[in-house]
Structures are given as structure tokens and as C-alpha cells.
Design a protein around this ligand. Sequence first.
Ligand SMILES: Nc1ncnc2c1ncn2[C@@H]1O[C@H](COP(=O)(O)OP(=O)(O)OP(=O)(O)O)[C@@H](O)[C@H]1O
Ligand SMILES: [Mg+2]
Length: 213
Amino acid sequence: MVLIVSLPDASEDPCFGPFPISTSVAISAKIVTIIPESENRLPSKSRSVVAIYPGSFDPITNGHLDLIERGSRLFDRLIVSVLRNETKAPPLFSASERMEMLREVLQDYPNVEVDSFAGLLVDYAAARSATVLLRGIRAISDYEYELQMALMNRRLQPKLETVFLLPNEAYSFISSRLVKEVFALGGNISPLVPASVEARLQRRLSKPKRKGA
Ligand SMILES: Nc1ncnc2c1ncn2[C@@H]1O[C@H](COP(=O)(O)OP(=O)(O)OP(=O)(O)O)[C@@H](O)[C@H]1O
Ligand SMILES: [Mg+2]
């Protein structure tokens, strides 16, 4: 409920004539209207939009980074979230290592947060009050899988929108898998990943293999 009161000018209101002005003002508040709150709401001008960018980020590439940069300009808050219950091949980096790498690279983005999740994405989005899922499309090959995922998520939670962004075409061929493969074969990956990620790959893949591994 919202109570609107009006304080009339005592000199204009004959009822308050006998009182000194200061007293009149103090006691002359009269109820004009009682408006139910639902009718009194201002149009919601700028509700803050929270988006989640889920992925394996094993490791983050310049393609992911391009998308995060675009997303950070579009949404009030962007949560970059590492998927922990990965069904793909075992990851090269643990979830906490992947989060560490993301944090190193994303420290200059004040509205971007790094997190991780397991289980249904729609449940995680609800828990984080997110209304948007951000995904990327590099080529038509991504489209089929992404479409399937987006429609399934819509079936599970119709209010959650999936937004697809296209990277700068210079990054449209980069994937974490390809970066790891090229690096393992001795190729130059400097233009494909942030420098801190390249250094980590160097440390990880140059570790001598254990006997029998
Ligand atoms: N270079 C890129 N440009 C645009 N979107 C990308 C790029 N790389 C990944 N994405 C998108 O980011 C999301 C998360 O992708 P994911 O973590 O699987 O990265 P990935 O590079 O595809 O890794 P992997 O090779 O292990 O599958 C997906 O929507 C994917 O399409
Ligand atoms: Mg992928």
C-alpha cells in the first residue's frame, strides 16, 4: 500500500484558519488517496540483466574471450561458469585450474564473475537469478548442437533466453581442443590464447610423463 498525503498551505484552507501556521502544517496532513502498490509501480526502467556463459573452458581461448568481451557490454552482469560434470573426454585442467585461468584473464572486467556448476544449467541459472544464457556460434557445425541445447533449455525453463553471439571472424576457427592438439604437436598458439594460458599449457604439457603412463 502507498499512502499519499498532502500538506495544504494552511493560509488557503479555511479549516485551519485559527491555528498558527506552523501548527496547521503539522496537523493538516490529510489522506488524499490510497493506491494499491501494484497500480503505483513505475514502469521497470532498467532491470539488471544477469547472463551466464557456460562452457568447459579447457582452457579459455581468445574465441571465448571475444565472446566474454561482447557479453560484458551487453549485460549488466556476466557469470562465466565452468561446467564441472563434463561428459566429454577427461579435461586437461581441473575445474579449479580452469577457474584460476579465467580469473587471471578476466580480472579487468568489473561486471564479469567466474564460477562453476554441475547438474542442470537451468537450475543453476535460477539459483544465480540469471535470465540469459550466452553461447557462441563459430560455424554452421556449432549450430545444430547449440540449437538442440537451447530448445531443451527452453523446454525446461521457458523464461530463460539463450543469446548467441558471433566472434570476430579472426577467432571463428578456434576451439580448446584444437589449441591443445596444435600445442602438443609443437605448433605456435600465441595468437590463439592469452599469454598466461600459453604459459600454463607449457608447464602442463612439458611435465615428464610418469613411468607406465
Ligand atoms: N572461438 C569461438 N568463437 C565463438 N564461440 C566459441 C568459440 N569457442 C567456443 N565458443 C562457444 O563457447 C561455448 C563454450 O564452448 P566450449 O567450452 O565447449 O569451448 P570449445 O572451444 O568448443 O571447447 P572444446 O574444443 O573442448 O569443445 C559454446 O557455445 C561454443 O560454441
Ligand atoms: Mg565445444
